[in-house]
Every structure is written in C-alpha cells, then in structure tokens.
Design a protein around this ligand. Structure first.
Ligand SMILES: [Zn+2]
Length: 417
C-alpha cells in the first residue's frame, strides 16, 4: 500500500512537469527582408519559443535566429522553410534529451550544494546562510525584499569591514529563469572571492578597498518554476488581472526607455514589459537598493546567457553612452582576459548595435542612474547547447568569466569616481 502510494505521488509530481520530447531547436539565417517576414509570420501562426533573439519583434536581417519548435509543428516549419531560400540548421535534435543530459557531472542528491551543478533555490538559500555564517569577517547578508511568491531576496555583501562606507560593485545573476549558468556563476564568484582572499593580491586588495554585493538569484520564483515545472520558463511568476498569462520579463521592466522598443505590451509575450516600470516586485526591490546606495555603487554587472557577449549601454537607443570609449576599451580588455584561458571568443559593444534594440534593461537603467561601469554578460555558449549548457561546462565557464569580472573590477578600483 505504502509503495503504491509512493508511486502514485511520484506519478502525480511527474505529470505536472512539462516535457519537450521530439522538440528541436533550429537556427534560421535571415538575409532578406522576406526571411524576416517569414519568421514573424511563423511566430504568429504557431507556438514558437524564441531562444535568440528573445522575441519575434527583435528579428532582423543578418542575425541568426534560434527557435525551439514543439514536435507537432515541425512538419509545418520544415514545409515553410523548404519553400523559402533561407538557410537553416538544427542546433538541438531533441530538447528533452538535451534536458536529460544537462546533469552530466554525476552529482547527487538534489539537496547537496555543489559549485559544479545547477542547484535548486532551496539549496542556494541554505548555501547563502551557511557561507555567511562561516565567513563573518568577509560576508554579511541582508534581505532586500520578498519575491511575488514570498521568497526572500537575499543579498550577500563581500568585503573586509572598515567601519566606513566603501565604494562597491553590484553583481546579479538569474534575472531570466532558464539561464541556469548565471546563478551558478554568482555562487562561483563568492567561492573564489572567499578562497583567494589573502592569497590573490588583486582579490585581497579589491575586498579590502571595496565591497561586492552579490544577488545569487534575482528572479527566484521563475528559477524555482524552471526547476520544478517548466525548464524553459523565462519570466517572473506574477499574476496580472485580466490576463491568463503569467509573468513579466524582468529585463524589460526597468525604467529605462520602458517599453518603447524591443519589448512587448502583450502579457503573453516572453518580452512583456509589465503593467508599469518596476511593476515586478523583484525589479523594484533591486532598483530601490541600488537607488539607496547609489553614491557607493560604482559598477553594475548582470549575468545572462547565452551568446558570449559583453554588452554595455545603450540597448534602448542607438545613441552612444557618454562613456562609450572607456566602456568599450574595458569590455575589450575583459573579453581578451576571458579568451586567454580556454579560447572562448566574446563579442563586445553597446547592446543596441551589437544585438538589437531592447528597452527596460537593468544595465541601461543603472547607467542612467549614474553607475558608470554597467555591463551585461551573456555567457556560454553560442547555441550548440543554448540554455541547456551541460553541468560539465560550469567550471570552465565560471573560471573564464572570473577573469573578465576581475579585469573590470580592477579597472573600477583604479578609476573610482
Ligand atoms: Zn537573459
């Protein structure tokens, strides 16, 4: 009886998990206006999940388009592509197989924290608590507010206490739920900072003279949902009256050219900008914290995936930032440092001209608030695994990214303003 009950519960739990059997991720290569139209028409007539760019309205000529196509629509997509001159290739043969293959480091059980696996939120939270309590001289934590579903947004502050307010860097991960490599990097950063303080001269000097705020998971509700229910979830989990679609894109919800370009006012879109700027409590909590500490925060770094890009303002406009040349040269130096380890190549530049126009992003907002060194990382890879980067790539990805982050931090430290 107990056994039957157990299997009954397992079956009930499994029934709620979205599966992706037979789904493919395709890369389309639009080079003509009619290719762009074809992709947008396709997106309107069938259910397609845009991996890159983030939504059909961002599709432009000469930028590869990666889409996840549900199995039932594959034949119509192939027929349409067959009648078109647009080049295309298959990036992922079977999305469910790729999901099952992600955990290739063999680390279990689920509750055990590891820097080389994709930890669930509960595991990340216990790690936050234990890392703070075991390193009281270098780490403190504070809750900057709760998420829509009531989870505590816990921020770690790394740095040697000095009794006075030190200049600081704000680093966040996990704005988009399905970009699992991002929270893995924030955890790795904290580990590295604590392990190398006292031996690595740059890290020691950084934490002596500055503080680094780390928000390991920004969109906790979405991250949890992507673990429990739908691996492909991107947005927050907020409910909007009058719509059956849940969630807002937190990286379209900041008050920076809000919802003017590259965002959608349709609550069912993956790039829904929200009902108002900062309508998402997670966005408001972070924005309030940065506003309150804006005299000390000298850099804002936000980690996403995928595409291997190092972007800086602006994304909501083609206008160049007032600090464009400095931001560009630091980005190029940081990218070169990253590449030096494993040869991973990055492209750097302002968001709008490097990828596409998109308003409401956190980096543009922080920059306009006065945080000069504002950067968005898009980590590995370039689409072979996309959001389903295997756990075996967490370590090399984090190691190389550390070099870029430390390069930027060193520049900030030498150029405080
Ligand atoms: Zn993202």
């Amino acid at each position: 009886m107990k056994v039957l009950l157990f299997f009954g519960l397992v079956a009930a739990a499994l029934a709620d998990v979205t599966r992706f059997d037979g789904e493919k991720v395709l890369r389309l290569k639009p080079v003509l206006a009619e290719h762009v139209t074809l992709i947008r028409d396709l997106a309107e007539s069938i259910e397609v999940d845009f991996w890159s760019p983030d939504s059909p309205e961002l599709v432009t000529i000469d930028i590869d388009v990666d889409i996840r196509v549900p199995a039932r629509y594959l034949s119509i997509v192939y027929t349409t592509l067959g009648q078109s001159s647009m080049a295309h290739e298959i990036l992922i043969e079977d999305v469910q197989v790729a999901i099952n293959r992600q955990a290739d480091n063999g680390i279990s059980p689920k509750e055990l924290h590891s820097y080389t696996k994709y930890n669930t939120w509960d595991t990340v939270l216990s790690w936050i608590n234990s890392i703070a309590s075991s390193n009281p001289s270098l780490v403190s934590k504070q809750v900057i507010g709760n998420t829509f579903e009531g989870r505590p947004m816990t921020l770690l502050k790394l740095g040697k206490s000095s009794g006075t307010t030190k200049p600081s860097i704000f680093l966040d991960c996990g704005i988009h739920a399905r970009e699992w490599i991002s929270p893995a990097f924030c955890q790795w950063f904290v580990k590295e900072a604590l392990e190398t303080y006292g031996s690595d001269s740059q890290m020691t000097s950084l934490l002596d003279q500055m503080d680094v705020y780390v928000l390991p998971v920004f969109n906790i509700d979405g991250y949890e949902y992507s673990h429990t229910t739908n691996r492909m979830w991107r947005k927050t989990r907020s409910k909007l009256s009058g719509s059956s679609c849940l969630g807002t894109d937190p990286n379209r919800n900041f008050d920076a050219g809000w919802c003017t370009v590259g965002a959608s006012s349709n609550p069912c879109s993956e790039t829904f900008c929200g009902s108002t700027p900062e309508s998402e409590i997670e966005v408001k909590n972070v924005a309030d914290f940065i506003r309150k500490n804006k005299s000390s925060i000298k850099a804002y770094l936000t980690i996403h995936s995928y595409s291997q890009l190092l972007l800086f303002p602006y994304s909501y406009s083609y206008n160049l930032a007032a600090d464009h040349s400095e931001l560009m040269s630091v980005a190029q130096g940081a990218s070169a440092a990253l590449t030096s380890l494993y040869g991973t190549r990055y492209t750097s530049g302002p968001g709008a001209s490097t990828i596409y126009l998109a308003a409401g992003g956190s980096d543009d907002w922080a920059y306009d608030l006065g945080v000069k060194y504002s950067y968005t990382f898009e980590l590995r890879d370039t689409g072979y695994h996309g959001f389903l980067l295997p756990e075996s790539q967490i370590k090399p990805t984090c190691e190389e990214t550390m070099l870029a982050v430390k390069y930027i931090a060193a520049h900030v430290q030498k150029n405080l303003y």
